[in-house]
Design a protein. Structure first.
Length: 359
């Protein structure tokens, strides 16, 4: 397979209130006719966000508006198939465009469908959640879940445009905003201590919070990493900080019927993985304390019990980021940098879980 070195183009990410107007120019510039355009939404974004795109709604025939249920369960092959069939019935061609308007579920699923339908049609992301704007819509990963395993199927495929309007964040429930904010904290911890200090000054309940600055800085950090390694063979793994423990927490809590948000699980994961870095003498006790208090300032702790440790360990061992028997972590060596491909022993992982449980 031949990879182009930079399939990812940060220039295609457009910010600000004019981002939505930009869509009209983009569609005109590419000569898309209304019958070429399909829009994927969920019931929430159809209600709260679609009205912000009056031209699109007016021009695109109603039957080309595809609405699915909101929530992670929708990120399935079954829904992908449903969308393929709708595209076929409505005679979509390789020249058609799919506009994905929604959070991470919509952009992951819509990107997956667009990148596989007729071997790939063009797509545009309009992420509406904080998680979508700073993470899911950036960097060309598309996915659906399989048998309860997250992102088991997917492609690397890069949208033509990502249009980011932070005004949409006003419609988000607090839990969802905080879930995305965990990824924002992650960006600061892996790349920029000064950014972390800026974040610590923020009161997220303040309606005047400058989300545009926050989202832009996070997108810059992620874009910078993706540009160096678009297909996730090396440095992009820095973005996995907190996710090896985090995914295990997320699945464990879901199985227990006490589901937590992705961001809450990643926040817990970042605390455990920082403790792991401390055990390996990669960071000082002072840095560990600073990371911990920074995360806990915003994100609530998950309650785990000693009885969960074996399940969490097994989930960590089956993480798709591992290579054969080796469990891979991305661990901080200071505040503002992480090292990739760090291994850990069973006993160290248990020690981190114990540390977290005792907080
Ligand atoms: N969310 C991690 C990545 O895009 O690589």
């Amino acid at each position: 397979m031949i990879f182009t070195p930079t399939p990812f183009d940060p220039e295609q990410i457009v910010f600000g209130p004019s981002a939505l107007k930009h869509l009209r120019d983009f569609l005109k510039g590419r000569n898309y006719a209304p019958e070429d355009i399909f829009i994927l939404t969920d019931e929430n974004t159809a209600n709260f966000c679609l009205p912000e795109l009056p031209d699109l709604v007016h021009d695109v025939p109603g039957e080309q508006l595809i609405k699915i249920s909101a929530g992670e369960k929708s990120k399935s092959l079954k829904n992908a198939e449903k969308i393929y069939r709708l595209l076929m019935e409505r005679e979509a061609t390789r020249q058609s465009l799919l506009v994905n308007l929604g959070g991470g579920v919509i952009t992951d699923l819509g990107g997956f469908v667009a990148s596989t339908f007729k071997r790939g049609i063009s797509f545009v992301h309009i992420p509406t959640s904080l998680m979508g704007q700073v993470d899911a819509a950036i960097g060309g990963k598309t996915a659906v879940n399989l048998d309860g395993i997250k992102n088991q199927l997917g492609t690397f495929s890069f949208p033509e445009q990502v249009l980011i309007y932070t005004g949409f964040l006003k419609t988000l429930p607090e839990e969802e905003l905080l879930s995305g904010f965990a990824e924002v904290i992650k960006h600061a911890l892996i790349a920029n201590r000064g950014y972390l200090e800026y974040l610590l000054e923020q009161d997220l309940h303040n309606p005047g919070t400058d989300w545009e600055t926050i989202v832009k800085r996070s997108v810059e950090i992620k874009s910078d990493i993706v540009l160096q390694d678009p297909y996730d063979f090396g440095v992009r793994r820095k973005l996995n900080f907190g996710h090896t423990f985090g995914h295990a927490f997320e699945t464990c809590m879901q199985r227990k019927g006490r589901a937590v948000s992705h961001g809450q699980a990643v926040a817990a994961g970042m605390i455990c993985e920082s403790h792991l870095a401390y055990l390996k003498t990669m960071i000082s006790f002072t840095d560990l304390g600073f990371i911990l208090s920074s995360i806990q300032k915003f994100i609530q702790k998950i309650i785990i019990e000693a009885d969960d440790f074996d399940v969490i360990f097994d989930l960590i061992r089956s993480d798709k980021k591992n290579e054969r028997e080796r469990i891979n972590f991305s661990l901080p060596d200071r505040i503002g940098n992480v090292q990739i491909n760090k291994g850990a022993a069973h006993v160290e992982i248990l020690e981190c879980l114990n540390f977290y449980k005792m907080l």
